[in-house]
Design a protein around this ligand. Sequence first.
Ligand SMILES: [Zn+2]
Length: 615
Amino acid sequence: MTIFIPEDKVLEIKNSADIVEIVSESVLLKKTGKNYVGLCPFHSEKTPSFTVSPQKQIFYCFGCAAGGNIFSFIMKRDGISFPEAARILSKQYGINIPVKTMSKEQEIQRSEREKLFEANRQAMVFFCNNLFSGPSGKLAMQYLNKRGISQETIKIFRIGYAPEGWNNINNFFQKKKIPFDIVEKAGLIVKREKKDGCYDRFRNRIIFPIFNVNMHVIGFGGRVLGDDLPKYLNSPETPIYNKSSSLYGLHRARQKCRQTETVYIVEGYFDLLALHQNGIQNSVATLGTSITTEHVHILRNIIGKDGHVVLVFDSDDAGMKAALRSLGIFMNAEVDAKIMLLPSGHDPDSYLFEFGYQSFFDIGKSAKSLISFLIDTLIDKYGLSVEGKIRVISEMRETLASIDDGVARSLYIKELSERVGIQENAVLEKVRELSFRNRSSTKKNAFLNDEFVRSHRTKGYQKADKKKSFHGKWAKLEQQIIAMMLQFPPVLSEIDERGILDLFEDSRLKAIGDLILAQQDRSDINIVDVINLVDDSEEKGIVASMAFGENKWDYDGCLNILNRFESKRNKKENTLVNKIKEAEKNNDFELVSKLLSKKQKLAVLSEKKKMALLK
Ligand SMILES: [Zn+2]
């Protein structure tokens, strides 16, 4: 689908939207001087190199060279096109963009993702309507009431009900003329294996729509009303739903997480709803998986590197195993994680229902660090007999071996050895054995992280690599000149008249320079406009990076650089003449012809320059 965003609407968005505000939705920013910095959402880093300039309304990451303006940020963040980004911003800032009716053909061209979002959205409305007014919705509503879910919570989280029967959603979409393959791809219906046809995936279940942070429905979770199995059923992985990077409730939790720099992680839908309903909005739930590296990444970007994660677990064995698995992930992401254990027989939902919010908080305050929790639990389980100690250490060592940070690892080993009363060296030895054996698998994990960052955070890494190739012999001076053009527009006419850009060796930089010159008749050069004019997202980054410099330009300083650049280029021409003479002497005709064509190129350029001067 080609959406057309009129120029005046783009301008309106630009004037109303604030890049700091938009970036803050997904990155915790801290003010430093004129700019804001935070951890880059496009590559994995421990110290912030992601910089946002409120004055210039641009961002740039000094780590992976991602950069651009508010539109490019959203495009990169969500992996969407410019018009889509403009639409998101216009919605957020209440700017009305007229939508043209689409032809059949355009409809077909619409991106698959958008179709899937739309199918899910319609399914959500269908499920909601069924809960509130469908013939069998009453029972579902009674069930929700029984579990203490308020009407308000039901509405906020758009909880619904999938009625009994095999063809309800199927018929609904057929009536809407939404193609079968889209509904199937969204995971809402399932093809029959042997016969033709298909059936509804969710039947007689309470439905929890799962939103991404842009409020798109990416998938669903469904719980049976009775004791049928499986108790919970989730959407399968689809092009828009990946459970290892999705968190239930994140769309409602984000702001509070940022404010409190804390996030509670629970395991189930009802637990999460109970927390939110009790005013603990900074909570999310994993979706039938244990915590993944992706989850921790996402959360850390929101709560910041000094933020806290509190894992809320039932005191059962499954929770314990999940904690063991997640310890290494939190350690490696350098995120402080505590574990909050509820009295046996309680999950967060039932606990809050019975004892309320204050009591929950009190337990939260005494939450143990993950490592102490693990040691305590294992000691409880195995005791401190010689055999017990050995079992405690052997269950801990895999987790300890998976911690990449040597300092953290040895601190934990120390703690463990003290607790079980075995010499540190002996514990260390055990862990070391395993580290060596595991080395290849640890590497694999690190690789997976990179893979994640690559696929989810656009092409940050590749870009950084490409950027290196960009440092040619002349690139530095040429970059400086582009920066000068962006930061000190008075020099533009000089650059134009002297034909400086024609002397550029780097064609990309020259193209950017040309774009800036094309703007010079306007009263003010707006970097944002230049970024919009550049098509390639890598070039957007280059422009942003150059606009960021804090150089103090003055006219004389600029002229100096321009003179230096010109004289260097002339020198190059002279050395070229010498090289040709040399090659001729050696009868290296191949080289001679190569050098001659180079010289010719330069001559054409300087001719152009002269012409420009005569104009
Ligand atoms: Zn970055």
